[in-house]
Design a binder for this molecule. Sequence first.
Ligand code: ADP
Length: 493
Amino acid sequence: MNDKILNEILVLLRSHYHIINIETVDDDRAYAIAKEVAELKNLPFFEWSVHKGLMKMGDAFLDTQDILKVLTYISGTIDQGVYLLRGFKPFLENTEVQSHLISLVDRLNNDESALFFTGKGAHLEDPLKSHIASLTLPLPTENELLKLLKQIYQDLSQKNKIEINISKKDLEVLILNLKGLSLFEAKKILTMVMVEDGILSKNDIQKVIESKKRLIEKEGVLEYYTPEESFADIASLKGLKDWLKKRQYFIEKPDQARKMGLDFPKGILLLGVPGTGKSLCAKAVSQEWRLPLLRMDPAKLYSKYIGETESKFNKAMQISEKMSPLILWIDEIEKAFASSGDSDGGLSQRIIGSFLSWMQERKGDVFVIATANDITKLPPEFLRKGRFDEIFFVDLPDQDSRKEILKIHLKRRNLSYLNLELDELAMLMEGFSGAEIEQVIISALYSTLSDDVNITHSVLEKEITSTNPLSRTYGEKIQSLRNWAKTRTVSAN
Ligand code: ADP
């Protein structure tokens, strides 16, 4: 269980708050917490729900579905106990329930008893508000998820044989991939992967990822990525990599960083020529920082139905807050937030406004990586100081970087470059983006595959001369982007 939450509850109880409202979407978590409090205090644990009535260790009390009867029971009994009233909140609107609760405050104050409740709806009003504490549960920690896994294993093992065949390291990865889910969602997934084939193994990591992906992508606008790229896969871009490496301190030691007065980094805007590794960077940061990566797909954001775009957008932002800490990658942000003036009834303007205020007020630790190729289509509000921590300009690779990119991509395909004149090839590729260099290698590979020979200098040279890089066609556009970036951005290279 989350020790921080448990401590908070114990402090509340010591401060004579014996009735605690638990704000959560995850009733199972409230249950785990209330039960742990009962165990710590060595008191019997009771739970109530409208369907089952009052229960103690699985045994139901007769005729206790009615909440008033339960409140009367609690105020009448001389025995101490910890109670969890599930789905209780809507009953707060009932004045009789309110007055029962007020009298319960005094009754519970006399001993060590505690009453927790959950549910949606009704707000706490005075005078109840001053006697009842409220606590919001964050999502389960890795430790809690591990405990859940052990619990599920124990429960399932009573009926079926479940084999555990997974290394400690793989188990860590599996748990890490469950982060961001509620205990209820994690429980469903873990049970499914164990029951399916009676074994918990390394193969289940992929199943966990896929289930989580399905849950997140159900809403439509966000895609869940599990990238494998790291900084070692990116040639050059030293300025950007150094900046990101420094911020990693916060991710690894958030408490220390906060004590030093630092805040969770807001995000960066990567502006530059297409194919220069901006998206690659977003993926690598996720891998290096060990944070989940959600990609917002602008194409899926806009809908013809009134109000649906905004609602999709708000939902996407809520999901990222809920799953935080994470990286939210907005690819080609100019497409998601292009302002089309009044032609769309002000919709794009409203979405831009919502995004900017979300950037300012977001609740979770969400690091935004936005990429953009075309500055002219980007609303100027985005470029104002303070929106992003930094705006980086990613230019076409220079001679050394092109050579490095060549090496990375040849090596990735197990191709030896010992016999290749890399300097000369890199020179011939002046004006090529990283993506175009990679494409040259892929095309050369296809050419040699059919003849079953190794890649040679001349094959690569031939592919280079038949490529028409973007910088040739859009030279002017790239130059004006460069000029714009000179005084307004930091160089990523
Ligand atoms: P962008 O987002 O800037 O348009 P991408 O990151 O999608 O470009 O780049 C496409 C591909 O080109 C990458 O997946 C990678 O294989 C290759 N590439 C681009 N830049 C680099 C680089 N600096 N180092 C290594 N590979 C690169």
